[in-house]
Design a protein around this ligand. Structure first.
Ligand code: MN
Ligand code: MG
Length: 652
């Protein structure tokens, strides 16, 4: 028996192990089910994670495991975005929180997407959670220092665990958990958060809180930062700040997320300070478990008692466990069945029909029927909203981008809807984000600038050179806005005018040519109304925050709802797109683009653009050649794709 603190002190060198189990960016993927295509048995989701979690707990002893989620759990599938939202007839608990409660999460951190549905809904929904949810830098009132702020959620939590040491003796280990979210939430969800929420830089906030958490009794501190690992230099308010956070004194382990990548693993090879085999960032143990429940992060920490009587991380083992071959947990599946069934009923509701397939395989190569129908819906809603108002006389334009264009989502991350009935699940597939509609009063100069920013999707192309990669893989597909109501050409021989952060990098470069409205050249000072989404209006992606000076209308309904209304009204969609944009022809020049192999079901679309199918790459994408001069390869290659993958091209 020990009667005093003194005699309870474990001897120097005593070892304790604790296992951190991380999920991140699950995005409402509970069941291994794709609500867009109604395909079961997908290789991801929380039901499969549950099996891995149970195994990991059994292996290490449940008491030694902490189950932690790094954010972006409440948004992303019809299960979370329809069933989990008010107004869709579901009266049970929020399915995601319910599932997390059942799995016994020990703590969670907020991601940026938690803010997509407004603060009132968020705080009410989070109150159902039977585990602490921490976030230090999203605050409702700013204090003199970060530690004086009034945070929306508790900034940190200390989880106490009775653990058995290497000598069989029990000790209480207090694990401090600090939560951080990217400051960009104030741009991305400005219309829901402005005047109600403030943010502090993640690195500054962590620096302020780390000593406080230690002083409050934490033996070790784990930072749960909803942020990715970027190679570049540190900047204020940086979105992907994991490396900077890892270098702060007092961080024992770091759980990262947000970028949907995996760590440890080859995705971050070559990044300064990243040991992609050991799983460390600047020496600090770190994991990042992909997205939609495709991996479980498992970070084993070996702690030893040091001479000062503190627990130190002496060793660690960081790994990611793939969910692909883990069977779904039957008990959790049964618990979620009513919410799943409700979601299936909602998404099966027929909205209208389409006379031809709607696919996004060629959305960055041609005027895309899907982008067109979104723009049509936005224009319709905006015209209705502005009718009889002071802006009704101005020309009405609409900006939207293709949302599912492969990229990090892989070769199946495309929309591909067959001809026939259009159900609500198809509408959610066409517009996957919970953005709302905004109206901006813009000038011709604003429009030209907007399109220059959209055009950074493409690399600079050297005239007279063959088979150059067309797309800049660092630019997300959803940044390629098309402005419906204008006509213009994109000159790829010019370098991009902006970089991905929106910084002007080539002031003399202009890719947008022949910009016209109703056949007339667009004047710099002419006025237009532009319908766009809230994310973009407030400067999401490389775009300027034009809403700051020219916002004239906001709509509370998601664009997706407006799209469903539009399709209901027209009844029958006849997929087609106006001739809005084109590539400026470049003689003797060809480019290569990768897209999903599902495109092969549409040979007429391949032929219409004169594309050559160069075969399947190891990444699972197919490579296509397109001539910018307008000519095509000889036709034999079109019907018999060459099966040898071309070297030097890989997925991103
Ligand atoms: Mn995410
Ligand atoms: Mg995120």
């Amino acid at each position: 028996m020990c009667n005093t603190e003194q005699t309870c002190q474990p001897p120097v060198g005593t070892r304790l192990t604790v296992r951190l189990l991380q999920t991140t960016d699950v995005h409402g993927h509970l069941l291994p089910f794709d609500y867009f295509t109604n395909q079961p048995d997908r290789p991801w989701g929380l039901l499969r994670l549950a099996t891995l979690i149970a195994r990991a707990r059994e292996q290490a002893g449940a008491a030694h495991c902490l189950l932690l989620d790094n954010g972006d759990f409440l948004q992303g599938t019809p299960l979370s975005d329809l069933t989990g939202q008010p107004g869709h007839g579901w009266t049970g608990p929020h399915p995601v929180i319910d599932a997390m409660n059942r799995l016994g999460y020990d703590a969670g951190a907020l991601g940026n997407h938690e803010f997509n549905f407004g603060l009132d809904w968020l705080t009410e929904t989070l109150s159902e959670a039977r585990f602490p949810i921490v976030c230090a830098n999203a605050i409702t009132q700013r204090g003199a220092h970060a530690t004086d702020d009034r945070p929306l959620m508790p900034p940190y939590s200390i989880i106490a665990r009775e653990l058995r040491d290497s000598n069989g003796k029990h000790h209480t280990l207090r694990v401090g958990i600090l939560g951080l979210v990217p400051t960009q939430i104030m741009t991305w969800d400005n219309d829901r958060l402005a005047q109600r929420l403030y943010v502090r830089d993640m690195v500054d906030t962590a620096r302020a809180w780390l000593p406080e958490i230690r002083a409050a009794g934490a033996d070790i501190v784990v930072v749960m930062a909803h942020t990715g690992i970027d190679p570049g230099p540190d900047r204020p308010m940086m979105e992907n700040a994991a490396r900077a956070i890892a270098r702060l004194p007092g961080v024992d382990a770091l759980l990262a997320g947000h970028s949907h990548k995996c760590f440890p693993g080859p995705a971050h090879d070559g990044v300064e300070g990243a040991d992609t085999t050991r799983g460390t960032l600047h020496g600090i143990p770190c994991v990042m478990a992909g997205f939609r429940g495709d991996h479980l992060g498992q970070l084993d920490l070996v702690l030893t008692r040091d001479i000062e009587g503190a627990w130190r991380v002496a060793d660690h083992d960081a790994k990611l466990l793939s969910t692909a071959s883990a069977p779904p947990c039957p008990a959790l599946a049964a618990a979620l069945e009513p919410a799943h069934a409700h979601t299936l009923t909602l998404t099966a509701r027929k909205i209208g029909e389409t006379t031809a397939p709607l696919h996004s395989y060629l959305a960055v190569l041609r005027n895309d029927p899907i982008t067109q129908i979104v723009n049509d819906a936005q224009r319709r809603a905006m015209r209705h909203a502005l009718s009889d108002g002071p802006h009704a006389h101005l020309p009405l334009l609409s900006a939207s981008a293709p949302f599912k264009t492969g990229g990090r989502g892989g070769p199946t991350h495309f929309t591909d809807i067959p001809a026939g009935p259009l159900c609500l699940r198809n509408i959610v597939d066409l517009y996957g984000f919970p953005n709302t509609l905004c109206g901006l009063k813009v000038t011709g100069a604003d429009l030209r600038d907007w399109l220059e920013r959209a055009a950074i999707r493409f690399r600079q192309i050297v005239p007279g050179t063959q088979d150059q990669p067309l797309l800049d893989p660092s630019v997300p597909g959803h940044d390629f806005d098309v402005i419906d109501g204008l006509t213009y050409a994109i000159d790829l021989s010019q370098p991009p005018r902006y970089d991905l952060s929106g910084a002007l990098i080539n002031p003399d470069a202009h890719r947008i040519r022949d910009l016209r409205h109703n056949g007339q050249e667009v004047r710099q000072n002419s006025h237009f109304i532009l319908a766009t989404n809230s994310y973009r209006a407030h400067g999401g992606g490389p775009f300027a925050a034009l809403a700051d000076r020219c916002l004239i209308h906001t709509d509370t309904h998601p664009v997706r709802t407006l799209l469903a209304e539009h399709v209901t009204e027209i009844g029958q969609v006849e997929p087609a797109a106006r001739a809005t944009w084109r590539f400026e022809p470049i003689e003797d020049t060809s480019v290569i683009i990768e897209t999903g192999p599902g495109l092969r079901a549409y040979p007429q679309d391949i032929a219409a653009l004169g594309l050559t199918d160069l075969g399947l790459a190891p990444s699972g994408f197919i490579n296509l050649r397109m001539w910018l001069s307008g000519r095509a390869d000889p036709p034999n290659c079109l019907t018999h794709p060459c099966e040898s993958p071309i070297s030097g091209l890989s997925s991103h």
